[in-house]
Ligand binder design. Structure first.
Ligand SMILES: C=CC1=C(C)c2cc3[nH]c(cc4nc(cc5[nH]c(cc1n2)c(C)c5CCC(=O)O)C(CCC(=O)O)=C4C)c(C)c3C=C
Ligand SMILES: [Fe+2]
Ligand SMILES: [Fe+2]
Length: 354
């Protein structure tokens, strides 16, 4: 047949049953689990970082000012300088197997896959990154090729934010919009109150303290957001504060030990406060000498934890007279966390598991 127009939807195989006669009962195929994380450059080079930042910072969920104004600023002022400045910072944190964010996210996907397979749950797990590789469309296509007609989407952010969770949902829906035969889909919104997550965080802290002793203060540093977005209805701040409350309660420590701050401010606007680095400087000036810092909102170590916290914030604190700065790492490939994550996935597959 002559095709006059480009096909509107992606090619799909026709139902093998065809058009004639009574169809055999439809078999329930395997389930799909799509873990979505932010994404990271493919290489620690200015070129690769530029490509990543262009995609990331062109997302209207991340930068809300009108695109035509922002694209001018982005192209003239940001993409011309920031990639070169970031390249040596990425190089410092790069692991043999790649960017830590990718390496740990892959380990989490593999671990969840193993748990589900061991439990006899017929499911395939794929990792998709919102920006860069492996992409969300590639991960969804991989699940469809394996016959998954039901897909559970788990954004790797325990606290909901429009600039992380909602944009992941948007990207999945945008790919689904290209399909004629859409899978059934579920989206996990938030899970900071999941006991397995709070337990894994608490254990990370108490194991560390059992080995090295308690600090004067434990700082829980979350990625920041512009203050305006909270005033406009983003529930992220509340999600973070509730996480802190649950973790404090679970640790059973004096409330004055645990504090909260927000990091990674970008641009001139006011972001959520207190800002991590200035707070640490202020503490050092006040005579606090021993701090532990942990980043509960990040499930995998990345540039923001390994470089910004472990290097920049450490230097800032020690530079102002602090004596001991310790970083308690993210949950990464911790087996107890991966088992909790698999439990969370199974819970949300409820009703789909045969
Ligand atoms: C400019 C706006 C940004 C918003 C809003 C934002 C929200 C946000 N980000 C994370 C998690 C991560 N961000 C990471 C890096 C990163 N973030 C921004 C900007 C915003 N983030 C930039 C420009 C960058 C790149 C580095 C830099 O230029 O400073 C990362 C690390 C990625 C890596 O490769 O390791 C993570 C993870 C959350 C959770 C969040 C909202 C709650
Ligand atoms: Fe960020
Ligand atoms: Fe940053």
């Amino acid at each position: 047949m002559i095709q006059l127009f480009a096909p509107r939807y992606l090619p799909e195989p026709a139902d093998p049953h065809g058009l004639d006669g009574e169809p055999p009962p439809r078999e329930a195929g395997p389930l799909g689990v799509l873990l979505v994380n932010l994404g990271t450059p493919d290489e620690p080079t200015a070129k690769s970082i530029r490509r990543y930042l262009r995609e990331f910072l062109s997302d209207p969920r991340v930068i809300e000012i009108p695109s035509w104004i922002w694209q001018i600023i982005l192209r003239i002022f940001i993409l011309t300088r920031r990639p070169q400045a970031l390249a040596p910072r990425y190089e410092e944190i790069w692991l043999e197997q790649g960017s830590p964010l990718l390496v740990y996210s892959q380990a989490q996907a593999l671990g969840v896959q193993q748990h589900l397979s061991d439990a006899g749950v017929p499911a395939h797990v794929e990792l998709g990154m919102r920006y860069g590789n492996p992409s969300i469309p590639d991960a969804m296509d991989a699940l469809r090729k394996k016959g998954c007609e039901r897909i559970l989407v788990v954004p790797m952010y325990p606290q909901y934010a429009a600039s992380t969770t909602a944009t992941a949902v948007d990207a999945v829906a945008a790919h689904a919009a290209k399909l004629r035969n859409q899978p059934e889909m579920r989206f996990v919104k938030r899970y900071y109150d999941e006991p397995g997550y709070i337990d894994a965080l608490a254990r990370q802290v108490t194991d560390y303290w059992a080995l090295h002793g308690k600090p004067q203060r434990l700082l829980l540093s979350f990625h920041g957001l512009p203050r305006r977005t909270i005033q406009q209805g983003d529930p992220y701040h509340r999600d973070c504060m509730e996480t802190v409350l649950l973790l404090k309660r679970r640790l059973g420590v004096d409330a004055s030990l645990v504090h909260v701050s927000f990091q990674s401010r970008f641009g001139a606007e006011k972001w959520l406060e207190p800002y991590t680095e200035p707070l640490l400087r202020e503490w050092a000036r006040q005579g606090i000498t021993r701090v532990d810092v942990m980043c509960p909102g990040f499930l995998a170590d990345c540039l923001e934890t390994r470089e910004e916290i472990q290097m920049q914030c450490r230097d800032a604190f020690l530079g102002e007279g602090g004596q001991q700065f310790r970083y308690i790492s993210c949950l990464n490939d911790d087996p107890i966390w991966i088992s909790s994550l698999a439990g969370l996935v199974r819970k949300h597959l409820g009703g789909w598991i045969p």
